[in-house]
Design a protein around this ligand. Structure first.
Ligand code: COA
Ligand code: AMP
Length: 627
């Protein structure tokens, strides 16, 4: 199929309407679209305008109607609890329509928001699909976030209902969700009248009468709900992601473009179709989980794996390969940090060789930069193609990848290969002028973005425009810097804003700074992402104490670490704060975060000409050394 990628790419850029219109034929619509692409829509172009469909019908019902009801839809594998299970498409349909009926009995209607705070259990996926079935908009919040983060999302999404599980389970502890949900509901301004609780035997929750409904009882009473047709441009979900400010951004995904793009991507990018086992070892609380644990594989009629475990410690670094062998996984998708964690414990690949990996055709990695060292290790021990692909919560699927389903291109370590069809990627200078290869600049996408990408932020068109569209008119600003070489291969260097990437999790340093600044002894602070061998980056907080504070700095810093854990969540992995005399600033008072980062990493630093007082650099080096 040589040349298939080039052909598809060119067609998608030159004639996007016919390219995506053709891809749209693979989805079942209740009403065909009037226009494949409305370029005049605001704040961004919209896809499949005038069409209507139901995403759950396409992901579940239609496979059953096509006679594939007995095929496995979901494999649940939980080394953390010892549980395993399978759901066929017919069983999934029954579970989803039953829960959708329960949601409806609680008054949830088309367009209502439902917040989902649940761990890696099949009920999470069922709750998401049940929302899609009745046209409700789900917003899943990752379990590693604290009550306050949950409250922030409640106030923005204004949900009618919250669906939660009684606990999450980490290798070291069971985390009861009730205190988190109770606290979030108390502190949020928005009033949520009802919740549904999925009780887990490891730690059932005491229900609040009149507010909390037991999942099983609700379903027992409910009549199964049928699919509701919604507009292609209606929101399917809101997923909050870290922005540069403390307030997370509510990334909106629509129904039509999302279904078309994800189904297309399963074959073209991952080479996966009906009957194949696809495993995204991520969490349903992240975009990878939304797109490639839930919607993508199910739209494709494939089998998805819901894995409640870690790459290491559940019970060892062979866990991933055990799952591959047991469930005959064809394609595995995870974050580079997971591979680094495995490599650290199994450097020679001894555990890798203990399992039969003959089903595995490729390993896909995303979420953070794939360092060449990790790439070579994975490729050599696994003996299958290792594919780096670059994407973001906002895009919902890969911007750059080696599209193995079209044709496999030679790899260049350190590069996520080339732009995926639909993405017109350019490198811009600071003034917005396109740069010639191999110059480095800001990575931007010429509009229109392909289907499936976020058309706006939840009830915030203006925020969408100012964050992504106005900086470089005619382009979507990705927030990443990088370059494209003479062969068209893309290299992503990292964020140009204050977003950091910790173990493949996107976090806002601004949010952590908000927490540090609220400490009564802190005069000013900065949080940067310092390099870390395992997690890629970890947050490092520098604080200047208020004049006259004479407490032991160690007491203050341990309070700060506790505050971030309690207010943002354990997932922030904020473990290190350092008291310093001053922060490096420009003459206009802007904190020089990149200089701080370089000092923390011990990498070469050219002292910026704009610095207010160069002597602060030595001061800072000494403080970080002493630490
Ligand atoms: N609920 C509650 N707490 C959670 C959580 C969840 N769903 N997920 C993580 N946490 C907690 C962890 O227990 C840990 O707490 P601790 O400070 O008490 O140890 C903290 O948040 C940080 O978690 P994490 O960053 O995951 O670090 P770790 O040391 O537990 O594990 C890795 C390290 C590399 C094994 C792990 O980060 C990993 O599997 N990464 C892959 C990431 C991934 O899949 N990303 C999605 C994009 S593809
Ligand atoms: P998220 O929205 O959580 O998916 O995070 C998106 C950010 O993660 C991107 O803007 C990049 O900075 C980074 N990222 C994701 N995938 C890659 C990759 N393959 N290579 C480099 N950076 C990546």
């Amino acid at each position: 199929m040589s040349g298939a990628y080039e052909k598809a790419y060119e067609a998608s850029i030159v004639r996007p309407e016919s390219f995506w219109g053709e891809a749209g034929e693979s989805i079942e619509w209740t009403r065909r679209w009037d226009k494949v692409l409305d370029r005049s829509a605001s704040p961004a172009p919209r896809w499949f305008v005038g069409g209507s469909l139901n995403t759950c019908h396409n992901a579940v019902d239609r496979h059953v109607l096509a006679g594939r009801g007995a095929a496995t839809a979901v494999i649940y594998d939980s080394p953390i609890t010892g549980a395993t299970g399978k759901l066929t498409y017919a069983e999934l349909l029954e579970r989803v329509s039953g829960f959708a009926g329960g949601l409806r009995d609680l008054g949830v209607e088309r367009g209502d928001r439902v917040l989902i705070y649940m761990p890696m259990i099949p009920q999470t996926l069922i709750a998401m699909l049940a929302c899609a079935r009745i046209g409700a908009v789900h917003s899943v919040v990752f379990g590693g976030f604290a009550a306050q983060e949950l409250a922030i999302r409640i106030d923005d999404a204004k949900p009618k209902l919250i669906v939660w599980a009684s606990c999450g389970i980490e290798p070291s502890r069971v985390i009861p969700y009730k205190p988190l949900v109770d606290r979030a509901l108390e502190s949020a301004q928005w009033r949520v009248a009802a919740t549904v609780v999925c009780q887990r035997e490891q730690q059932p929750a005491q229900l609040v009468r009149g507010r909390d409904h037991d999942w099983d009882e609700l379903v027992q009473r409910a009549e199964p709900a049928a699919c509701v047709a919604v507009a292609a441009t209606d929101p399917l979900y809101i997923l909050y992601t870290s922005g540069t400010t403390g307030k997370p951004k509510g990334v909106v995904r629509d129904h039509g473009g999302h279904a078309v793009a994800l189904l297309w991507s399963m074959q073209a990018i991952y080479g996966v179709g009906p009957g194949d086992v696809f495993w995204a070892a991520s969490d349903m609380g992240w975009v990878v989980g939304h797109s490639y644990i839930v919607y993508g594989p199910l739209l494709a009629g494939a089998t998805t794996v819901v894995y409640e475990g870690k790459p290491v410690g559940t019970p060892d670094a062979g866990a991933f390969w055990r799952v591959v062998e047991e469930h005959r996984v064809k394609v595995l998708f995870t974050a580079p940090t997971a591979i680094r964690a495995i490599r650290r414990e199994d450097p020679d690949g001894k555990l890798v060789r203990e399992y039969d990996r003959s089903s595995l055709e490729a390993l896909y990695l995303a979420g953070e930069r794939l360092d060449p060292d990790t790439y070579f290790w994975a490729r050599d021990v696994l003996g299958v193609p290792v594919i780096d692909h670059w994407w973001q919560t906002e895009t919902g699927w890969a911007i750059c990848a080696n599209c193995r389903g079209l044709d496999e291109l030679p790899m260049k370590p350190g590069s996520p290969t080339k732009p995926v069809p639909g993405y017109d990627l350019v490198v811009l200078d600071a003034a917005g002028n396109p740069l010639e290869p191999p110059a480095e600049g800001v990575l931007a996408l010429r509009l229109p973005l392909p289907p499936g990408t976020s058309p706006t932020l939840w009830q915030n068109d203006e925020g969408f425009a100012t964050t992504y569209l106005t900086l470089f008119p005619g382009y979507y600003f990705t927030g990443d810097a990088g370059s494209i070489d003479e062969d068209g291969y893309v290299f992503v260097m990292g964020r140009v804003d204050d977003i950091i990437n910790v173990a493949g999790h996107r976090l806002s340093t601004g949010r952590m700074e908000e927490v540090l600044a609220a400490h009564p002894d802190v005069a000013e602070c900065a949080v940067v992402g310092a390099a870390d061998d395992l997690k890629g980056q970890v947050p490092l907080g520098l604080v200047v104490l208020k004049a006259g504070v004479s407490r032991d700095p160690a007491d203050v810093t341990s309070e700060l670490v506790r505050m971030v854990r309690e207010q943002v969540g354990p997932v922030a992995a904020f473990k290190r704060a350092v008291v310093v005399n001053r922060l490096p600033k420009t003459r206009s008072g802007k904190i020089l975060r990149s200089a701080i980062r370089k000092i923390a990493d011990g990498t070469e630093l050219v002292i910026p000409a704009t610095i207010e007082d160069p002597s602060v650099i030595e001061d800072l080096r000494a403080s970080l050394r002493v630490e």
